[in-house]
Design a protein around this ligand. Structure first.
Ligand SMILES: [Zn+2]
Length: 366
């Protein structure tokens, strides 16, 4: 298993490098050639790589189980040769995308392979590998939703957290781009004629950051800013990117409207706002609770205690499927820490129990 994970991690696959992500998809495809499964490769679009859909229909063609793994990572090519080579240190396996989420995708595929070979699933199983989760799944979302509507359950192999906990609820995510356009002027000679796009944006930023409401689980973050051309020019342009997190649909609609409705403080500066909710909230329904308890029973049989986290702030493709009302379990991937950092690692000791958990779910869900 470690050798297999090494092969996947050493095939670097940053989202926006289409050729690199397709090499990763090739590798996944080559790992299922011997299996009695149908493989469909959906060509990528808009500069993103392909989606790979693997179907084990030994149990028929009705509503079944959908497994979701994204095979892109946030790490640029060269991370492996630079700050984050594949390496083992005690129980830890380091490497770009090892925790988020190649370790989990690999162990889930291993469970799927075992079940496909043995013909031991009670339901048809569809395994989807997607190329663009790390940028919000712009080209895979439709495919994911189409498959999810046909599914009885969705299992997502995002990383486990806090000592192996899985995920049964995630906040919804909104993304916004805001541009201010002022009037440029010489900062010495004609200061009074200028209208500063940066000054206006500074006030907008404080208004947006002040929307954060921890008791309601609402957070707003201005994560990117750019603007201006020189110290001695009243700036004409400024741009920011905004991230919004909410716990439920009502808050999503409320804060989306608040951000889209921001008005200029200075009438001489134009404010343009685009964006909206990108991932709907993944709320823990009664059906998700039933599915979680089933997984807990499977884990108990294997010999470990499975728990879930409180609602997490990070979004995933599970947000799309849970919002469609399909019972979804997430965080079924490898345990570890450091997603998106140069100390990203998975725990070797979590590989076997979580492979068995995935296999147990595929063999018992009906
Ligand atoms: Zn991920």
């Amino acid at each position: 298993m470690i050798e297999g994970i090494r092969r996947w991690v050493e095939t670097e696959s940053p989202t926006r490098d289409r050729a690199a992500v397709n090499r990763m998809i090739d590798l996944v495809q080559s790992d299922v050639t011997e299996l009695p499964v149908a493989v469909e490769r959906v060509p990528g679009r808009d500069g993103f790589a392909d989606n790979l859909i693997i179907r084990n229909q030994a149990a028929g063609r009705g509503a079944g189980i959908l497994i979701l793994s994204h095979i892109d990572t946030v790490h640029p090519i060269g991370t492996l040769a630079g700050p984050l080579p594949f390496r083992r240190d005690g129980d830890r396996l380091y490497g770009p995308g090892l925790f988020d989420m190649k370790g989990g995708a690999y162990l889930a595929l291993e469970a799927f392979r075992q079940v496909a070979k043995a013909g031991s699933a009670k339901l048809p199983v569809t395994f989807m590998f997607t190329p663009d989760e790390e940028v919000g799944s712009p080209t895979s979302r439709n495919l994911i939703e189409t498959e999810a509507k046909r599914a009885r359950y969705v299992l997502v192999t995002e990383p486990a957290r806090d000592g192996g906990k899985i995920v049964t609820a995630r906040k919804g995510v909104g993304r916004f781009e805001i541009r201010t356009t002022g009037v440029p002027a010489h900062s010495g000679a004609r200061h009074q004629d200028g209208r500063s796009a940066i000054k206006e944006m500074a006030r907008q930023i404080l208004a947006i950051e002040d929307m954060t409401d921890y008791p309601r689980g609402v957070t707003t973050t201005v994560g990117i800013i750019s603007g201006g051309t020189a110290p001695n020019v009243i700036p004409q342009h400024c741009h920011i990117s905004v991230d919004l997190r909410v716990c439920d649909e009502a808050a999503g609609a409320e804060f989306e409207a608040k951000i889209l409705g921001l008005e200029p403080f200075d009438a001489g500066v134009k404010v343009e706002i685009s964006g909206g909710m990108n991932r709907p909230p993944f709320e823990k329904s009664a059906a998700i609770d039933v599915l979680f308890r089933h997984a807990q029973a499977v884990a108990r049989q294997i010999g470990f205690d499975l728990q879930h986290t409180e609602m997490t702030g990070g979004g995933s493709d599970g947000n799309f499927t849970a919002a469609l009302g399909v019972p979804t379990l997430d965080g079924l991937g490898i345990d570890g820490d450091g997603a998106h950092t140069e100390w990203e690692h998975g725990l070797i000791s979590s590989i076997e129990p979580r492979t068995l958990l995935m296999r147990g779910l595929l063999e018992t869900l009906q």
